[in-house]
Design a binder for this molecule. Sequence first.
Ligand code: HEC
Length: 121
Amino acid sequence: MNVASHFRVFFTTCLAVFMVISCENPTNRTEIGRDNQPGTEQNAQINLKEIELIYRYKCSICHGKNGVSVIKGAPDLVTTEYTMEERVAIIMNGKGTMPPQKDVLDMPTIRGLAVYIDSLK
Ligand code: HEC
């Protein structure tokens, strides 16, 4: 074999290896799929339907189902002027009589709630 055909063999082998590697099915994908349901820690995407249920369960007792306060002292969320980060901080740490959530809900959920508030407006 001459140098050119050595190179051809080497090149073809590399191509074959590359094709095998790129066809391999990666197991750590973060797309939503059968093995990565919304709500798992791995999934940073916000599922607003799921957040809505958490809001109804944990927040609507004071802030109302539609963000219009149902108890004295709790502000309407429909008219909140807090920024996203300020909301996240309030939800995490609580404020006044509002209970903190940082030991109860995970961060994607807390952020999800801060975003969900916009959909009430
Ligand atoms: C026990 C009643 C209660 C519950 C439950 C509650 N909150 Fe509150 N929330 C309050 C009160 C009271 C304030 C006002 C605190 C203050 O300003 O002193 C408040 C303030 C807020 C604010 C700031 C709004 C503004 O414009 O002043 C946000 C955002 C908020 N709550 C989100 C939530 C979310 C999300 C949940 C559910 C995880 C929740 N709250 C659960 C009582 C509650």
